[in-house]
Design a protein around this ligand. Sequence first.
Ligand SMILES: CC(C)(COP(=O)(O)OP(=O)(O)OC[C@H]1O[C@@H](n2cnc3c(N)ncnc32)[C@H](O)[C@@H]1OP(=O)(O)O)[C@@H](O)C(=O)NCCC(=O)NCCS
Length: 433
Amino acid sequence: MVDNNPSSDSPEETPNPDPDENAPPENDPVLDALAERLQETLLQGMRHKFWETQPVKQFKDIGDISLPEGPIEPPIPLSEVKQEPYNLPNLYEWITCDIDSEETRAEVCNLLTHNYIEDDKNMFRFDYSKEFLHWALRPPGYCKSWHIGVRVKSSKKLVAFIAGVPARIRVRDNVVAMAEINFLCVHKKLRSKRLAPVMIKEVTRRVHLENIWQAAYTAGVVLPTPISSCLYWHRSLNPKKLIDVGFCRLGARMTMSRMTKLYKLPDSTGTPGFRQMELHDVPAVTQLLRNYLNQFEVAPDFDENDVKHWLLPTENVVDSYVVESPESHKITDFCSFYSLPSSILGNQKYSILKAAYSFYNVATKTPLLQLMNDVLIVANRKDYDVFNALDVMQNETFIKELKFGPGDGKLYYLYNYRLRDTLKPMELGLVLL
Ligand SMILES: CC(C)(COP(=O)(O)OP(=O)(O)OC[C@H]1O[C@@H](n2cnc3c(N)ncnc32)[C@H](O)[C@@H]1OP(=O)(O)O)[C@@H](O)C(=O)NCCC(=O)NCCS
């Protein structure tokens, strides 16, 4: 990426560099609102001062079929990539966060716990555990230098974070080496000071230094230009708690006992041969996944090392199940979810919402609906309060039937890679954390 508009995205100096908590709310609109806002953006010609300078598909390019698919800017020689970090305001300094260090991981967790994504009513905030960060930030081939923090020079307090991890992502017929960018977070007291663009440019620079020129990321806000607009769906497992904490409401003509009955699940799974995935399943699961993901326009290109890292069960982080045919002992089906609790803000009785997120699921013999019902049973048994799934891949085929309700939007983006058309969520085979 070339920094061709330094004035538009220079961070502002701040008189109070060492912030406490406190919060302007962050928007996280549902799909309709997103579509409406995209329309408004187009109509009002609203500027994205930073994103307009970046090699991403611009709003004005939507529908322009003369533009080719693929990289927007070619790679440059590594010697021409800026060698020094971008400038920060004087009071701050860059650090590379050592995720192997307990202490640093705790600092990152603390920043995220108090400042990361909230729902649009500020009732819940993602609560990443140290184990989750260890998993999310250290996949095969990870780069330490892509785990980037900003500290206050004097107090050493961590006030911002952004991270990238390497991934091979197939876009139609091309497998592209990319960075998956995640965990962009600026302390609440330092918002709206154009720090985010500097962080994005710095992670981009460090990604370029590894000879990688594309990235994938998601956001709850509309930026130029989503490759796909997905929606979260939620399946209540513990409806009483979800109502108590305001996650959902009792509908008209619904009582708590009817609601409890509606969402009740059997105690044990129904598919013969359904069991937790083990290390020796890695080759079979990799094969299943590779065959399955082939049908989607954008999907990860997983090898056995990736599967071992991303999908082998790790307590309270990721859980995976296979169906082993009782007759042939072949692995015929696979399903998985990761564990991402949220803090419940301002509730006397409960402080944590235990949420499972559907990850990758492949059904070749068991009907997908039945497989997912079994996953719900397992998640329920493990005391999750809610099971969430995006409408990606073939998830639409079970979300209504298994009583999921709609939630917020999640928009997918590619950096320095243009797709001619927007993808339907069902064309997307990628789940970003
Ligand atoms: C997202 C966050 C870092 C943005 O920081 P900020 O102080 O609000 O914004 P800044 O003034 O630093 O920068 C504004 C620019 O960043 C862009 N931006 C805002 N959120 C973004 C996101 N999630 N991804 C990429 N760019 C984003 C804005 O569009 C704007 O650029 P533009 O002028 O081209 O439109 C901050 O709001 C935050 O920490 N939010 C909570 C965590 C979160 O939502 N993280 C994003 C996860 S996807």
